[in-house]
Design a protein around this ligand. Structure first.
Ligand code: ADP
Ligand code: ZN
Length: 217
Protein backbone atom coordinates (compact mmCIF):
# COMPACT_ATOMS: atom_id res chain seq x y z
CA UNK A 1 0.00 0.00 0.00
CA UNK A 2 1.71 3.15 -1.22
CA UNK A 3 0.07 6.30 0.06
CA UNK A 4 0.48 10.05 -0.06
CA UNK A 5 -0.79 12.26 2.74
CA UNK A 6 -1.89 15.68 1.50
CA UNK A 7 -3.05 18.62 3.55
CA UNK A 8 -2.10 22.09 4.70
CA UNK A 9 0.64 22.61 7.28
CA UNK A 10 -0.94 21.70 10.61
CA UNK A 11 -3.77 19.67 9.08
CA UNK A 12 -2.60 16.65 11.07
CA UNK A 13 -0.60 14.87 8.37
CA UNK A 14 2.19 13.89 10.73
CA UNK A 15 -0.14 12.67 13.48
CA UNK A 16 -2.25 10.60 11.10
CA UNK A 17 0.78 9.24 9.29
CA UNK A 18 2.33 7.95 12.48
CA UNK A 19 -0.97 6.33 13.51
CA UNK A 20 -1.34 4.60 10.13
CA UNK A 21 2.26 3.52 10.31
CA UNK A 22 1.62 1.55 13.51
CA UNK A 23 -1.73 0.18 12.35
CA UNK A 24 -0.42 -1.16 9.03
CA UNK A 25 3.20 -1.60 9.94
CA UNK A 26 4.62 0.23 6.94
CA UNK A 27 7.29 2.94 7.03
CA UNK A 28 6.32 6.58 7.20
CA UNK A 29 8.50 9.01 5.31
CA UNK A 30 8.31 12.62 6.44
CA UNK A 31 10.47 15.03 4.49
CA UNK A 32 10.02 17.61 7.26
CA UNK A 33 11.40 15.16 9.86
CA UNK A 34 14.26 14.16 7.57
CA UNK A 35 15.20 17.83 7.05
CA UNK A 36 14.91 18.78 10.74
CA UNK A 37 17.12 15.84 11.58
CA UNK A 38 19.77 16.88 9.03
CA UNK A 39 19.72 20.37 10.56
CA UNK A 40 20.01 19.02 14.10
CA UNK A 41 23.01 16.91 13.07
CA UNK A 42 24.55 19.87 11.19
CA UNK A 43 25.18 17.78 8.08
CA UNK A 44 26.15 19.36 4.75
CA UNK A 45 22.54 18.98 3.62
CA UNK A 46 21.30 20.41 6.91
CA UNK A 47 23.41 23.55 6.49
CA UNK A 48 22.13 24.02 2.96
CA UNK A 49 18.44 23.80 3.81
CA UNK A 50 18.18 25.51 7.20
CA UNK A 51 17.31 28.89 5.74
CA UNK A 52 14.30 27.50 3.90
CA UNK A 53 12.79 25.81 6.93
CA UNK A 54 13.41 28.83 9.15
CA UNK A 55 11.55 31.14 6.80
CA UNK A 56 8.71 28.78 5.86
CA UNK A 57 9.89 28.46 2.24
CA UNK A 58 10.12 25.20 0.36
CA UNK A 59 13.42 23.40 0.00
CA UNK A 60 14.35 23.36 -3.74
CA UNK A 61 12.74 20.50 -5.69
CA UNK A 62 16.03 19.04 -6.86
CA UNK A 63 17.22 18.47 -3.30
CA UNK A 64 13.91 17.07 -2.04
CA UNK A 65 13.48 14.69 -4.97
CA UNK A 66 16.94 13.18 -4.47
CA UNK A 67 16.29 12.65 -0.76
CA UNK A 68 12.99 10.89 -1.52
CA UNK A 69 14.38 8.79 -4.34
CA UNK A 70 17.07 7.44 -2.07
CA UNK A 71 14.65 6.75 0.77
CA UNK A 72 11.99 5.00 -1.36
CA UNK A 73 14.60 2.72 -2.87
CA UNK A 74 15.47 1.29 0.56
CA UNK A 75 14.32 -2.33 1.00
CA UNK A 76 11.83 -1.52 3.81
CA UNK A 77 9.71 0.45 1.34
CA UNK A 78 9.18 -2.49 -1.02
CA UNK A 79 5.72 -3.41 0.25
CA UNK A 80 4.44 0.03 0.99
CA UNK A 81 4.94 3.36 2.70
CA UNK A 82 3.21 6.58 3.59
CA UNK A 83 4.61 9.86 2.31
CA UNK A 84 4.06 12.77 4.67
CA UNK A 85 4.97 16.20 3.35
CA UNK A 86 5.96 15.01 -0.10
CA UNK A 87 5.15 15.88 -2.85
CA UNK A 88 4.59 19.57 -2.25
CA UNK A 89 4.95 20.92 -5.80
CA UNK A 90 3.85 19.72 -9.24
CA UNK A 91 7.45 19.14 -10.18
CA UNK A 92 7.87 16.85 -7.16
CA UNK A 93 4.65 15.00 -8.05
CA UNK A 94 5.83 14.40 -11.60
CA UNK A 95 9.20 13.18 -10.38
CA UNK A 96 7.48 10.81 -7.95
CA UNK A 97 5.41 9.35 -10.81
CA UNK A 98 8.68 8.37 -12.45
CA UNK A 99 9.97 6.67 -9.31
CA UNK A 100 6.98 4.61 -8.14
CA UNK A 101 3.26 4.01 -8.59
CA UNK A 102 1.12 5.40 -5.77
CA UNK A 103 -2.15 3.62 -4.84
CA UNK A 104 -4.09 6.42 -3.21
CA UNK A 105 -3.90 9.86 -1.77
CA UNK A 106 -5.34 10.92 1.59
CA UNK A 107 -6.45 14.53 1.74
CA UNK A 108 -6.92 16.14 5.15
CA UNK A 109 -9.17 19.14 4.78
CA UNK A 110 -9.08 21.58 7.71
CA UNK A 111 -10.21 25.24 7.78
CA UNK A 112 -7.43 27.79 8.14
CA UNK A 113 -8.62 29.29 11.48
CA UNK A 114 -8.36 25.88 13.07
CA UNK A 115 -4.94 25.30 11.63
CA UNK A 116 -3.49 28.52 12.98
CA UNK A 117 -4.80 27.73 16.48
CA UNK A 118 -3.42 24.23 16.30
CA UNK A 119 0.02 25.10 15.01
CA UNK A 120 0.57 27.68 17.73
CA UNK A 121 -0.28 24.95 20.25
CA UNK A 122 1.96 22.30 18.70
CA UNK A 123 4.95 21.02 20.67
CA UNK A 124 7.52 18.48 19.53
CA UNK A 125 9.88 16.22 21.49
CA UNK A 126 13.46 17.34 21.00
CA UNK A 127 14.62 13.80 21.50
CA UNK A 128 12.28 11.46 19.54
CA UNK A 129 10.19 13.84 17.40
CA UNK A 130 6.82 12.81 18.91
CA UNK A 131 4.20 15.50 18.32
CA UNK A 132 1.91 16.95 21.01
CA UNK A 133 -0.71 19.63 21.07
CA UNK A 134 -1.54 21.73 24.12
CA UNK A 135 -5.22 21.76 23.03
CA UNK A 136 -5.91 18.14 22.14
CA UNK A 137 -2.90 15.93 22.64
CA UNK A 138 -1.38 17.19 25.88
CA UNK A 139 1.63 15.41 27.36
CA UNK A 140 0.90 13.76 30.75
CA UNK A 141 3.54 15.95 32.39
CA UNK A 142 3.92 19.56 31.16
CA UNK A 143 6.81 20.09 28.72
CA UNK A 144 7.90 16.40 28.90
CA UNK A 145 7.52 13.67 26.25
CA UNK A 146 5.28 10.74 27.35
CA UNK A 147 7.23 8.32 25.20
CA UNK A 148 10.85 9.04 26.06
CA UNK A 149 10.95 11.71 28.78
CA UNK A 150 12.64 14.20 26.43
CA UNK A 151 11.95 17.95 26.58
CA UNK A 152 9.21 19.41 24.37
CA UNK A 153 9.80 22.54 22.31
CA UNK A 154 7.99 24.75 19.82
CA UNK A 155 9.27 24.53 16.25
CA UNK A 156 10.63 27.88 15.03
CA UNK A 157 8.31 27.70 12.04
CA UNK A 158 5.28 27.26 14.31
CA UNK A 159 5.58 30.91 15.42
CA UNK A 160 2.66 32.93 14.11
CA UNK A 161 4.61 35.05 11.59
CA UNK A 162 6.03 31.99 9.85
CA UNK A 163 2.72 30.09 9.94
CA UNK A 164 1.17 32.72 7.64
CA UNK A 165 3.99 32.36 5.16
CA UNK A 166 3.79 28.55 5.18
CA UNK A 167 0.10 28.82 4.51
CA UNK A 168 0.65 31.11 1.55
CA UNK A 169 3.25 28.73 0.15
CA UNK A 170 0.83 25.83 0.62
CA UNK A 171 -2.04 27.52 -1.20
CA UNK A 172 0.15 28.56 -4.10
CA UNK A 173 2.36 25.50 -4.56
CA UNK A 174 0.77 22.47 -2.92
CA UNK A 175 -3.00 22.85 -3.12
CA UNK A 176 -2.97 22.40 -6.94
CA UNK A 177 -1.69 18.87 -6.35
CA UNK A 178 -5.16 17.86 -5.26
CA UNK A 179 -6.50 18.34 -8.78
CA UNK A 180 -3.44 16.59 -10.20
CA UNK A 181 -4.11 13.48 -8.13
CA UNK A 182 -7.89 13.51 -8.51
CA UNK A 183 -7.31 12.98 -12.21
CA UNK A 184 -4.96 10.06 -11.62
CA UNK A 185 -5.59 8.03 -8.47
CA UNK A 186 -8.28 7.62 -5.78
CA UNK A 187 -8.33 10.48 -3.27
CA UNK A 188 -9.77 9.91 0.22
CA UNK A 189 -10.84 13.27 1.64
CA UNK A 190 -11.44 13.57 5.38
CA UNK A 191 -12.71 16.86 6.75
CA UNK A 192 -12.03 18.15 10.23
CA UNK A 193 -14.09 21.11 11.37
CA UNK A 194 -13.20 21.60 15.02
CA UNK A 195 -10.03 22.38 16.97
CA UNK A 196 -10.54 19.49 19.36
CA UNK A 197 -11.63 16.72 16.98
CA UNK A 198 -10.03 13.55 18.39
CA UNK A 199 -7.30 12.30 16.03
CA UNK A 200 -8.59 8.71 16.32
CA UNK A 201 -11.86 9.72 14.63
CA UNK A 202 -9.95 11.00 11.63
CA UNK A 203 -7.89 7.80 11.57
CA UNK A 204 -11.09 5.72 11.53
CA UNK A 205 -12.38 7.60 8.53
CA UNK A 206 -9.10 7.16 6.66
CA UNK A 207 -9.08 3.43 7.39
CA UNK A 208 -12.70 3.16 6.21
CA UNK A 209 -11.71 4.88 2.97
CA UNK A 210 -8.80 2.50 2.46
CA UNK A 211 -11.13 -0.48 3.01
CA UNK A 212 -13.56 0.84 0.44
CA UNK A 213 -10.72 0.90 -2.06
CA UNK A 214 -9.75 -2.65 -1.05
CA UNK A 215 -6.29 -1.49 -0.08
CA UNK A 216 -6.69 -3.06 3.38
CA UNK A 217 -8.91 -5.89 4.59
P1 ADP B 1 4.24 21.21 7.94
O1 ADP B 1 3.55 20.22 7.04
O2 ADP B 1 3.63 21.27 9.28
O3 ADP B 1 4.47 22.55 7.31
P2 ADP B 1 6.75 19.74 7.62
O4 ADP B 1 7.44 19.16 8.78
O5 ADP B 1 6.11 18.82 6.65
O6 ADP B 1 5.71 20.74 8.26
O7 ADP B 1 7.75 20.70 6.78
C1 ADP B 1 8.50 21.69 7.40
C2 ADP B 1 9.35 22.43 6.37
O8 ADP B 1 10.25 21.51 5.71
C3 ADP B 1 8.59 23.09 5.23
O9 ADP B 1 8.10 24.36 5.58
C4 ADP B 1 9.68 23.16 4.13
O10 ADP B 1 10.60 24.20 4.37
C5 ADP B 1 10.43 21.85 4.32
N1 ADP B 1 9.86 20.76 3.49
C6 ADP B 1 9.27 19.62 3.94
N2 ADP B 1 8.85 18.84 2.92
C7 ADP B 1 9.16 19.51 1.77
C8 ADP B 1 8.97 19.25 0.38
N3 ADP B 1 8.36 18.13 -0.05
N4 ADP B 1 9.43 20.18 -0.50
C9 ADP B 1 10.03 21.30 -0.09
N5 ADP B 1 10.23 21.62 1.19
C10 ADP B 1 9.81 20.73 2.13
ZN1 ZN C 1 10.20 11.85 23.01
Amino acid sequence: MKLIMLGAPGSGKGTQTSRLKSIFNIPAISTGDIFRNEIKESTELGKKIKKYLDSGQLVPDKIVIEVIRERINQPDCKNGFILDGFPRTLEQARALDEIVKIDACINLSVPKEIIVKRLSARRVCKNCGAVYNLLVLKPKVDEICDKCGGPLYQRDDDKESVIEERFRVYEKQTEPLLEYYKKRIPVITVTCNSVDAPPELITEQIVAGLKKLNLVS
